[in-house]
Design a protein around this ligand. Structure first.
Ligand code: ZN
Ligand code: ZN
Length: 682
């Protein structure tokens, strides 16, 4: 939860009270005096004018605005339920984010199983495929090869196999004879017999009704070889078993190719109906029976134990599985195969991505390439997944009727009250978060049945994208909002943001207003170490801010950052600081020369200055340069161009030191021409 408030201790106190009993009545110091409410409701009011602070993702204002945005997407028919395959802890019964998954890698022993997929059009020949998760073989739909990887056909005793050339030694035991060698692209399209074709779940997924996409071509789907650029020869056989219902990358590949999805597991990691003898069994207990089945069917090739890094649940240490889940998406709309300038109004009105592009046109992008980068993302992006399998977070106001399939989206707490048929009393007095908000049921507009909220919460980029509305109090104080919207300027380090923060703000503002949420966007690259690498304590190239401020001086640091071209990484370190310091030392030396001689001569600014036309030409020149530099710096800064401003200053400093001071040096110490000495000081 992102927060920004005057008093962190007060926030901690609120958090403690909330944890102990959310209904405790608390008083805090607000911007206009004390504010009293229950701890829970006070927290829902943070960021508002009466409580102060600016940006609380859990505030009611934030919540209502996002609900309104989602209801508007639904009204236009852009919100829909789709699928994704995500890391899952069967013991905790929850999904994990990519970041959480990355925290939980541990070494672990798993079966390294090599199986045979017999080729239907090449009798007696089989693909060799390797996996460390035998349970996923129940859901196999394809075998992927690297299109430019070399594959060989080999004979071993009475069998003929296909596998990656580079994996031969590791993947095959005993002598073999190479018969043939081809590029992976030649294998693409070959049909093979799947390992579990008899399972009802597989047959249902492969039936003509279920399949769609380019691979289906009308008839039922058949197992086949597909091309995938990610396939290498580092491990296994160079032929990768693809189960879109059991792996994130597999799911993405399957989506691109239009492959069917077989999804075997429920929330507790138990095989669902349709998986024959495995239905009802725990995913952790099926490896052995699956291997037995493969042996009986003549599909078994080899079993070894491999020790590898595998993701575990960071909470409980259980090895993770990947399972297919319902997720909610906002459609980005069609991508038309024609130049943008030729689109009709109707085409643009029907496709959110082009409406966002029009908004992108209104914005000034610094550096320039940001404009193209954002358009490129909008041309290529898939639909926006807005749901998350979590407990904490924005409760998505989506009501999906189990009885008739009608989906309803509620645009605010008032609308929820109007539509509530159950549970409003339990919810009233609480912020719209779990568990209280889940007590409310609404009437289904399709069949009238009471419908409960889906359990998902919102993707955090919804919270980030609503900022141009929530922090400006769009709902609570529309007049205030209209004074500040669109923002003049936003800035953020750009890696990742074209598809995250910049994108989410643009998308939400386009849906709600169809106008830009800000006028100018300034993106900048990273601060990295002088050796061109990221800073890491263990690499000895990290510099803490406090240490830099003490040893370099903060003016030197400011000069370094101001001089950096925003599109390039700043190489930050002691040598770069020395260079910046040398430049600033010129100014310092001029200053100290001036002070020394002004003191000696007893000159002060109160002594006044001669009129320009009474001055020597050198004075007139440097005064003119100073005025021009001031104007240039101001103009560059007004255009958000700190680099241009530092350049103007550098040129001026050079003129001041190299020409003006050098040629005027004697004038500061002479006592024979007092008016000229005065003029030099002034
Ligand atoms: Zn767990
Ligand atoms: Zn219904």
């Amino acid at each position: 939860m992102w927060m920004e408030w005057n008093d962190p201790h007060e926030l901690r106190r609120l958090s403690d009270v909330l944890g102990a009993d959310p209904s405790t009545v608390v008083t805090i110091d607000g911007s206009n005096g004390p504010v009293t409410d229950t701890a829970e409701m006070l927290i829902g009011r943070l960021g508002m004018a009466d409580t102060g602070g600016s940006y609380f993702t859990f505030s009611n204002e934030n919540n209502d605005l996002i609900w309104g945005f989602l209801a508007e997407c639904h009204r236009r028919g852009w919100l829909y339920k789709g699928h994704d395959t995500m890391p899952w802890c069967a013991r905790c019964g929850t999904g994990l984010s990519q970041t959480e998954m990355n925290e939980g890698y541990q070494d672990r022993d798993d079966p390294g199983l090599t199986v045979r997929f017999p080729l239907l059009d090449r009798p007696g020949e089989a693909l060799l495929v390797w996996t460390t998760t035998p349970w996923t073989l129940t859901s196999n739909v394809a075998a992927a090869v690297g299109p430019s990887v070399r594959y060989v056909r080999v004979r071993q005793r009475d069998d003929v196999f296909w596998l990656g050339k580079g994996t031969l030694k590791a993947a095959l035991d005993g002598p073999f004879e190479v018969l043939d060698e081809v590029d992976g692209s030649e294998l693409v399209g070959w049909r093979y017999a799947g390992p579990f074709d008899d399972l009802p779940a597989v047959q249902a997924a492969f039936s003509a009704d279920a399949s769609s996409g380019p691979e289906a071509a009308g008839g039922p789907y058949e197992h086949r070889v597909v091309a995938w650029s990610e396939v290498g020869e580092d491990e296994g056989t160079g032929i990768v078993h693809i189960a879109p219902g059991c792996g994130t990358e597999d799911f993405q590949l399957g989506k691109t190719l239009g492959l069917p999805v077989v999804a075997p597991l429920d929330e507790a990691g138990i095989f669902v109906d349709g998986f024959g003898p495995y239905s009802g069994r725990d995913v952790r207990d099926v490896a052995e029976p699956i291997i037995e089945h493969l042996k009986r069917e003549g599909r078994f090739q080899r079993l070894e134990t491999i020790n590898h890094r595998y993701p575990h649940c960071w909470r409980c240490g259980t090895p993770l599985v990947f399972r297919l889940v319902d997720e909610w998406f906002i459609s980005m709309g069609e991508l038309y195969d024609q130049p943008r300038e030729t689109l009709t109004t109707q085409q643009v009105d029907a496709s959110l991505r082009y409406q966002i592009m029009d908004v992108v046109d209104e914005i000034r992008w610094i550096p320039d390439f940001g404009y193209e980068r954002e358009l490129d993302w909008l041309r290529n992006m898939h639909d926006w997944m807005i749901s998350k399998k979590r407990y904490w977070g924005l409760a998505l106001p989506i009501y999906d009727c189990a009885a008739c399939g009608t989906v309803e989206v509620i645009g605010g707490r008032d609308a929820l009250k109007d539509r509530a048929v159950e549970g409003w009393d339990s919810f009233e007095g609480h912020t719209p978060h779990r568990p209280y908000v889940d007590a409310v049921k609404i009437d289904c507009p399709g069949c009238g049945a009471p419908v409960e909220r889906i359990k998902d919460v919102g993707n955090p980029w919804l919270d980030a994208g609503i900022v141009p509305f929530s922090t400006l109090h769009h709902r609570e104080d529309p007049e205030y909002w209209s004074r500040w919207f669109p923002a003049d300027f936003i800035t953020e380090s750009f890696p990742g943001q074209f598809r995250n923060w910049f994108y989410s703000m643009l998308a939400m503002s386009t849906v709600l207003r169809r106008e830009a949420p800000f006028k100018t966007i300034f993106g900048y690259a990273l601060v990295i170490a002088e050796d061109g690498r990221q800073m890491h304590k263990s690499w000895g190239n990290a510099i803490e801010f406090d240490e830099a401020a003490d040893r370099m001086g903060v003016d030197v640091m400011r000069w370094m950052f101001a001089k950096a071209r925003p599109e390039e990484n700043v190489l930050f370190g002691w040598h770069a600081a020395d260079e910046a310091r040398r430049e600033l030392l010129i100014l310092w030396n001029v200053h100290s020369f001036f002070i020394t001689y002004a003191r000696l001569a007893g000159w002060t600014p109160a002594d006044g200055a001669p009129r320009p036309d009474e001055r020597p030409i050198l004075d007139r020149w440097i005064l003119s340069r100073a005025a021009a530099t001031a104007a240039a710096v101001e103009a560059r800064l007004a255009a958000f161009d700190a680099v241009g401003a530092t350049r103007a200053l550098s040129v001026y400093l050079d003129g001041l030191s190299t020409w003006y001071l050098r040629l005027s040096r004697r004038r500061f110490s002479r006592s024979d021409d007092a008016p000229d000495q005065q003029a030099a000081f002034a």
